[in-house]
Design a protein around this ligand. Structure first.
Ligand code: AR6
Length: 192
């Protein structure tokens, strides 16, 4: 029997959802930025977030002393609708390097830990590392979703985690990965 692809699941008390769109427009507690370790801005989603937030964001990130790959740091959201930005640094893709998937998982996990420590209950993520950093979508999407879902299961302190995906191929890869996880964990992941 075919199970329909799902864009939204419930994990404990948290809704995890996939959306095609622009993360800078999201009205959530925090949006996550796929930054580089300088935290001084860049292209892709990083550039879009800095443009939408205004120059005060760069003024704040300049004071943070950068961020290591797999770690995350918090700033204000300035002109964004989101109250905060969580800046994380995903890995540059390297096939067959066992550290790389761990660093990608760590970027998601540390972002959620920073959110929790600051009482942020609704968070929007982009697809970290799958643009300029070259992580293949098919490999990155299951890591992203599994890490977020495992962290929610352990902590149960978020209302909504939204993946805001910029193009149809990214939506498709995440939808497939979410569907597979839902089939594997039908006891704890409820499509809604
Ligand atoms: N909303 C949501 N997703 C977006 C947006 C947006 N407004 N704009 C782009 N994306 P990338 P990375 C998607 O390259 O691979 C920067 O220069 C994009 O289509 O932004 O982690 C940093 O400064 C892709 O699916 O981030 C770093 O140097 C995803 O966001 C480096 O790029 C991630 O692509 C980080 O590379």
């Amino acid at each position: 029997m075919m199970t329909p692809m799902s864009h939204r699941v419930q994990v404990k008390n948290t809704i995890v959802e996939l959306l095609e769109g622009d993360i800078t427009k999201q009205d959530v507690g925090a949006i996550v930025n796929a930054a580089n370790s300088s935290l001084l801005g860049g292209g892709g989603v990083d550039g879009a977030i800095h443009r939408a937030a205004g120059p005060e964001l760069l003024a704040e990130t300049k004071t943070l002393g950068g961020c290591q790959t797999g770690d995350a740091k918090l700033t204000g959201g300035y002109k964004l609708k989101a109250q905060y930005v969580i800046h994380t640094v995903g890995p540059i893709y390297q096939a067959h390097d066992p550290l790389v998937p761990k660093q990608l998982a760590s970027a998601y996990r540390r972002s959620l830990e920073v959110a929790e420590a600051n009482g942020i209950r609704t968070i929007a993520f982009p697809s970290i590392s799958t643009g300029a950093y070259g992580y293949p979508l098919k490999e990155a999407a299951p890591i992203a979703l599994k890490t977020v879902i495992d962290t929610i299961r352990e902590r149960d302190s978020f209302d909504r985690i939204r993946f805001v995906l910029f193009d149809p191929q990214t939506v498709e890869a995440y939808t497939r990965a979410l569907d597979q996880l839902t089939q594997l964990h039908s006891d704890s992941l409820k499509p809604i």
